[in-house]
Design a protein around this ligand. Sequence first.
Ligand code: GTP
Ligand code: NA
Ligand code: MG
Length: 410
Amino acid sequence: KPAREMVPRPPVVCILGHVDHGKTTLLDTIRKANVVSSEAGGITQHIGAYQVTHKDKLITFIDTPGHAAFSNMRARGARTTDIAVLVVAADDGFMPQTDEALGHARVSKVPVVVAINKMDAPGANVDKVLRQMQERDLAPEDWGGETLYAKVSALKGEGIEDILEAIVLQADVTETIVADPKGEVEGVIVEAQKELGRGSTASAIIQQGTLKPGMALVCGENYCRVRQLINDKGEQIKEAGPSSPVKIVGWSGPPDAGDFFKVVKNEREAKKHAEANELDRKKLEATQLQERGSTSVDDLFAAIEKTQKKSFTVLVKADVYGTAEALATSLQSIKSEKIDLEVVDMGVGDITRNDVLMSSAAKATIIGFNVGIENGVTSVAKHHGVNLIQHNIIYELITQVKDAMTDMLD
Ligand code: GTP
Ligand code: NA
Ligand code: MG
């Protein structure tokens, strides 16, 4: 491999923080402010990431969901970003998930910029937040420390320039924000989905090289001959360089959020790599099964206990793969002493007849987050006695699952 020729690239930034401290509002406000100023009437398309300009410098934001159920994705978010913006509501101060997010950033050695949000709120207490920062080794710059911060009101659109300025300053002192635009293409998946008429698409951030239509990519067990590249404004583009957020059209299936991809010679090579990766996984699974077969007394007891314990079986469907995965993980953690929860499968897109038939065979309940049901499938579910639990709010969904599990015990 030839040595890389590194040049500065835009920083990739993720927004972390406690529930309801204003992450989404801040991302929306930043995006709107920028769209309005740079290209009136421009349509932003949600691709899980977007770019804004501050004083001629580009910043890439990853739009990660904030609820506790997404901590899995959030952890990945921190690993693939250059700077974490930690949102702390001025009226609430540091909360458990603020510290959890800070932990993710520290483990990944990602520098943290603090956005003290909700400055307009009646109970706003900046001094308390600054003290809490100092207690956490995040001493603010104007208190003799090194942490850049800005006071903002995401709701009123105040302090937005200040937080962008802090991000740009942090980027200037972070030496790792470089890439080789001429090198071999590498990137990371932010979200993946199946889209009507487009097939499997994946939103990604390019990390090295410059991606162009026609190139072949491999990502885990999926591969791609790039049919189209679409930017965060919904426009088709001819190339995407380092730190660009881009939707890639042409995947064999939706790759996993957080997975890395690389370019290979051609589509045939890509397919070969993907198939080899699939085989590796199957071999590993077979080995693990075999190992479990050599039963110890403990395993035996666990197995007996398991057959005595009831199990609530679910099939998870969500709008994007990362969410399905995060939901499956969070569901698996709610098993109780008396009842286990088992995820038989998860997938992306509306609930289909196939999902119902599979759930019927597995005696599973279908859990749908942010998805619809294909025409006529409700009656098929009724006919097969398959229960559906759907909601667009994650904690409502989890509450309903818990209720259904409790019902099962009666
Ligand atoms: P999750 O994604 O659920 O973790 O929440 P979040 O951190 O994305 O917070 P979100 O942006 O959804 O905001 C939560 C609530 O706080 C909403 O009612 C917002 O309107 C409100 N909010 C956000 N920013 C501000 C602000 O600057 N000032 C005030 N007063 N309220 C705000
Ligand atoms: Na919220
Ligand atoms: Mg949010």
